[in-house]
Design a protein around this ligand. Sequence first.
Ligand SMILES: [Zn+2]
Length: 269
Amino acid sequence: MAGLLCAVPAQAYKVYIFTDMEGCSGVTGGEHISGALKEDGKRLMAEDMNACIAGCFAAGATAVVVRDGHSSGSNVNARVVDARAKLIQGPTPKVRYKELDGAAAVILLGYHAKALTPQAVLAHSYSSASIQGMWLNGREVGEIGVDMAIAAEHKVPVVLVTGDEQAVAEAQTWLPEVGVCATKRGTGPQSAELIPVEQSHRNIQEATAAALRRRAAIPCLKISYPATLRWDYLPAGSLRTHNPDFRPVANPRRVEKTGPSVEQLLLGH
Ligand SMILES: [Zn+2]
């Protein structure tokens, strides 16, 4: 009798959503990040979070942590974020992924392509003001590849990446099995052809649920250790790398570090 009444308990699992702003639905350039449309940019970021959170719960997640990860780490208005998720805001010195451990899956939401990627909205690698490019074990890398490596160091696979078409294509070059959801087509560093925002939200929700349902088939990124991370730094006063007038400098200041953890290399340099 009891056996008939008791539903099979669903497997409890946590999803960790690391959110950037540049790749969110409806964000087309610097105006949304720090200009006249800044408040709209924050709202758009929160709406992509909510679409993703809804997809997580639709796929049976029992806990969702959403990290506000752009710039200072305090962008979205907490009142408009789906209260079923735990929102983490603010800078977390020395820890990029606060509360990642124990998650079954990571989602990189609203990401952007690596510095100097053509036709990519707001492409940069950690600092548009000071970094011309980065390399991981000799391969040019941006935030997507680095964050996949860090997630793997926590033994959690990245199952979905959302952003413009170039960002999601970059994700697939690192991990062919990763789920992707394009939010727009970049036409330059400060312009895009947009998917209607409501449609993009539906796409994110569906892609999230689909990626989580097949999460067991998505491996962690594998890289060899000790790992080497290289930074090419721009001279002071350079244009930002996502300024349409930016031109690469011939002799950037090169810094290279080798160690047992990409996370330590990234945060400790
Ligand atoms: Zn950002």
